[in-house]
Design a protein around this ligand. Sequence first.
Ligand SMILES: NC(=O)c1ccc[n+]([C@@H]2O[C@H](COP(=O)([O-])OP(=O)(O)OC[C@H]3O[C@@H](n4cnc5c(N)ncnc54)[C@H](OP(=O)(O)O)[C@@H]3O)[C@@H](O)[C@H]2O)c1
Length: 264
Amino acid sequence: MVILITGISSGFGMETARLLSQEGHIVYGTVRRDVEPLPGVHYLKVDVRHRDAVQNAVQQMVKREGRIDVLINNAGMGIGGPVEFATEEEIREQMDANFMGLVHFVTAVLPIMRKQGKGKIVALSSIGGVMGLPFQGFYSASKFAIEGYCEALRLEVQQFGIQVVVMRPGDFSTGFTASRKKTVNADAMQVYRSYAESMGKVEHDETGGLKPQVLARKISQIIRKKNPRHGYVVASLEQRLSVFLKRVLPARWFAKILGNYYKL
Ligand SMILES: NC(=O)c1ccc[n+]([C@@H]2O[C@H](COP(=O)([O-])OP(=O)(O)OC[C@H]3O[C@@H](n4cnc5c(N)ncnc54)[C@H](OP(=O)(O)O)[C@@H]3O)[C@@H](O)[C@H]2O)c1
């Protein structure tokens, strides 16, 4: 298969590119900085926030390979802090990288997949895309946006044989934690007294989380499936349970559980 993965400089993207290339697929991956290349993987330089750069990268790839079977939209980042204190610049970066990045890639690949009469789009959401995580409000908003967009997209493109799969990982140990842009504003710390402790808990859970290879293996299985599910939660038992509880419990009860967990 010819596969395009966004954000392969580290974490899920890197491990997925490594695995899929080892499995014999033709793998293209995007980066925005120079990295040690993975053997057999083709690199494209793109900041996913820039529509024209994304269009160019997809055109280059399709010119060389003549098709694209799978898009894995993985590139993303997180900002952390009380929503009240996030700056407009931070909020825009969050939405542009996570949500508009996906939109740019999907817009670029759809005409090609439509002509082929088939294709798979795998979008990285998060369990933070099904529940609003405190002190990661804009991160959650970007992932909720991905969820809503993919739900609508799936209905529109199924007539062309295009499948849309949403991945919802729990806590994983990747470069994500170190790259998070956190609010360090002293007022924010003072007003939201549980912020520092709560963020410490988040970081502790992430660094002690699952290995990105687990998600890479899951993605490899999914792209080979004829009829994949619409979404997959890949997480610890506790986090899978939290997704289930979010679905079945009254909202007030679930908020209480989540608030207790984050010491709010
Ligand atoms: N780790 C977790 O616990 C977790 C849980 C749920 C969902 N996720 C999601 O999984 C995806 C991958 O994250 P990860 O955990 O593998 O983190 P990571 O190791 O930090 O990798 C993120 C990748 O996205 C790239 N990226 C970020 N902003 C970009 C931009 N504007 N343009 C181009 N590339 C950009 C990064 O490039 P640079 O190296 O240049 O920054 C990097 O290659 C993200 O969408 C994240 O939200 C992660």
